[in-house]
Design a binder for this molecule. Structure first.
Ligand code: AMP
Length: 198
């Protein structure tokens, strides 16, 4: 058993789809085990399907602490994970994204679709403006995020962002690299607003 990092809270963004390769579930399960081992608290979208469901089911069954944050309308259509005890139900998607980042010590993006992209990009945008300063780690299972990483690199190469902005995120290939990447992330401060323009 590794050393506890409690009280430490991470927010995990990930897929709601079940129609994806087993490799994504395997990495999600492994991440959940590692978070439980380290006593790290998790907030996530609250869903019971896809990688969200896998993350929460594994955390709950291994005795970890996970909280779902979900708009009422999703609860109403029964998307909330049945085994997750702690929930914050919010008015809408905007409030939810705000709540994800409150009291969060780091952000982890696993593979996902447009919902995950949107959440990840909002966090990167807020970080660029100095409004969110915590580590952001992207798990690149199966090289899924290669085109997205290439797009981010290109935006820097072409001057849409500065070289310094590449320090806002870390891309890793294996779940075991996530916690070390969080602990070794480049420091970021609210002063980022001073160099936000490219
Ligand atoms: P995606 O990456 O497109 O699968 O979306 C993941 C994110 O989309 C979640 O954090 C939610 O914002 C939302 N979402 C989409 N489907 C669901 C679902 N079945 N249950 C909960 N959240 C969902």
């Amino acid at each position: 058993m590794s050393t506890s990092l409690a009280p430490f809270q991470v927010c995990v963004y990930c897929a709601s789809s079940d129609q994806i390769d087993a490799a994504y579930f395997k990495d999600t399960e492994r991440l959940a085990e590692l978070l439980v081992e380290r006593g790290i608290n998790v907030v996530y979208g609250g869903g019971g399907s896809g990688l969200m469901g896998c993350l929460a089911t594994t955390m709950v069954r291994k005795g970890g602490h996970i909280k779902g944050i979900m708009p009422h309308f999703m609860k109403d259509v029964e998307w909330a994970h049945k085994e997750v005890k702690e929930f914050l139900f919010v008015a809408d998607m905007h409030e939810r994204k705000k709540a994800f980042l409150q009291n969060t010590d780091a952000l982890i993006a696993l593979a996902g679709g447009c919902g995950t992209f949107e959440e990840l990009f909002e966090a990167i945008t807020l970080k660029k403006l100095g409004l969110f300063t915590k580590p952001i780690v992207i798990l690149n299972t199966n090289g899924y995020y290669d085109p997205l990483v290439e797009m981010l690199d290109r935006s820097i190469r072409e001057g849409f962002m500065g070289e310094v902005h590449a320090q806002m995120w870390t891309v890793v290939s294996r779940p075991e690299e996530i916690i070390p990447a969080i602990l070794n992330a480049a420091p970021w401060s609210e002063d980022a607003i001073k160099f936000a323009k490219g």
